[in-house]
Design a protein around this ligand. Structure first.
Ligand code: COA
Length: 447
């Protein structure tokens, strides 16, 4: 079977940053370590006045096309995943295609465009759609561009405010990909949940603590479903496990659960038995409460063992590097985690072709998806070509008052009684310029 997967990736961060321990924490009267150690976040990216989900997505897609030497005729499909859309009808992909047509010869008239919605898992679903389109042989030799783009803002004062972020990931999905091949096997955990939603509103209604429980439950189901088709996962099967990362502290919890599941009835559990005992089995307990208390106790001990720490430091911690610096990017967060993992492999000069990743996506509402990816021969040059370090380095560092202005200006329905100047100067990028006669958003390319 021809390999299908991700040929190239580009990341575009919002050009502003909010320093959580030094700017956010003092305003909230919190210990800075709540953010750096508890949630695991140092900074959040924010869009400048002239940036939004379209500009970030189009700028990522343009860099992808330029780097791969692509013309519009090479692309048969443009899908956008977002939970920050500003239009219930016209998809963001049409705006992005419109931007790209300003700078390339030719057009995307032949390209199928759409918008995927299922909270943060939509980015992975859009990749799936492209994969299926190519596998079905409907692509006529063309590749697909998938853009996951979000301005992940919460209402001021919401506990989620600390986990905000803004950025886009553009991915080229093609046959014989340079970066990773996607597995045909997938696992799902999907259930009607009311943990995080935006019923006709820009900022989410969130039950934060419940959303964490729902994340873990759906992930467990997806893992079991994946194993039902791909066979039991062995601990050493995967070099990295990139998870959806709303904040690194969430992944810390998910990784511990996954580890407990994977080592059950294996030599790894046996090796730990002398130190912390074997995992509690439900039939050994009189009631569910006692069983759950025993599980909690086992998990508390498991996370301190050297065996677990070594696995976590090798397979999971490296996936969190970028997330700590940018915050939650919703639909692109798991794709940022994948890039963090591959960057770690590059930094450590790993011989990595043929290694596998276990990729775990999640969207509130709620659905988890798990699949495997195999690293391809071109991975090194693809990851080496990223300019994300330069982008993060050159972000404008917001004061608290400036952050308040930025939050206001990106609130769609807010009538601002004051002008807010841009913080950075646009150069070689698409920018938002205002509204048209039908209230559509307008864009230009600035040289
Ligand atoms: N030093 C170290 N750690 C600290 C700390 C300190 N001074 N103060 C707090 N912490 C830890 C807490 O113990 C907690 O970690 P734990 O869960 O491992 O115990 C973590 O920091 C967060 O603190 P908490 O008090 O739970 O934060 P919160 O109630 O303000 O908000 C969320 C946490 C996740 C509920 C909130 O950020 C949210 O609603 N986020 C949006 C929804 C979301 O992302 N859900 C995830 C699924 S998609």
């Amino acid at each position: 079977m021809t390999a299908v997967g991700i040929d190239a990736i580009e990341i575009r961060s919002g050009k502003l940053k909010l320093d959580l321990p030094n700017t956010f924490a003092p305003q909230k009267g919190d210990d800075p370590e709540k953010y750096t150690k508890g949630l695991g976040l140092t900074n959040s990216s924010f869009p400048d006045v002239y940036e939004d989900i379209v500009t970030m997505g189009a700028n990522a897609a343009k860099r992808l096309m330029d780097r791969k030497g692509l013309e519009p005729d090479d692309i048969g499909r443009i899908d956008v995943a977002t939970e920050s859309a500003f239009d219930h009808s016209k998809p963001v992909s049409t705006y992005i295609a419109g931007c790209l047509e300003k700078v390339y010869d030719g057009d995307f008239v032949h390209a199928n465009k759409g918008e995927r919605k299922f909270a943060c898992v939509a980015g992975t679903q859009a990749v799936d759609d492209a994969y299926n389109w190519i596998r079905a042989g409907r692509n006529r030799g063309r590749a697909a561009i998938v853009v996951a783009t979000d301005t992940a803002l919460y209402a001021r004062g919401d506990p989620g405010e600390a986990t905000q972020g803004a950025g886009a990931v553009a991915m080229l999905i093609d046959e014989e990909p340079s970066l990773v091949e996607l597995s045909n096997d997938q696992g799902y955990g999907s259930k009607d949940e009311t943990d995080f939603l935006k019923p006709n509103q820009q900022f989410p209604s969130v039950d934060g603590k419940r959303s964490m429980q729902v994340y873990l439950s759906r992930m467990r189901e997806a893992l079991e479903d994946y194993e039902s088709v791909a066979g039991d996962i062995e601990l050493d099967d995967f070099a990295y496990a990139p998870f959806h990362t709303p904040f690194p502290g969430m992944v810390r919890k998910a990784a511990l659960l996954a580890y407990r599941h994977v080592i059950r009835d294996t030599e790894y559990e046996d090796d730990l038995a002398g130190e912390i005992g074997r995992q509690p089995r439900e039939h050994e307990y009189d009631d569910r409460e006692a069983y759950e208390a025993a599980i909690r106790e086992y998990m508390d001990e498991l996370k301190t063992t050297e065996q677990y720490r070594t696995w976590y430091d090798d397979a999971v911690e490296p996936t969190l590097g970028l997330s700590r610096e940018v915050g939650n990017w919703y639909t692109s967060s798991v794709h940022v985690a994948r890039v963090s993992a591959l960057r770690d492999a590059l930094e450590r000069d790993r011989d990595f072709v043929g290694e596998t990743l276990l990729v775990a996506s999640y969207g509130s509402g709620a659905q988890a998806e798990i699949h495997a990816e195999t690293v391809r021969a071109g991975w090194r040059s693809e990851i080496d070509a990223l300019d994300i370090d330069d982008q993060l380095e050159s972000r404008y560092d917001l004061t608290w008052e400036e952050y308040e202005d930025v939050h206001d200006i990106h609130e769609y329905d807010k009538d601002l009684d004051r002008e807010i100047e841009e913080f950075t100067a646009p150069e070689g990028e698409f920018v938002f310029t205002g509204w048209g006669r039908m209230n559509e958003r307008k864009y230009e390319y600035v040289e």
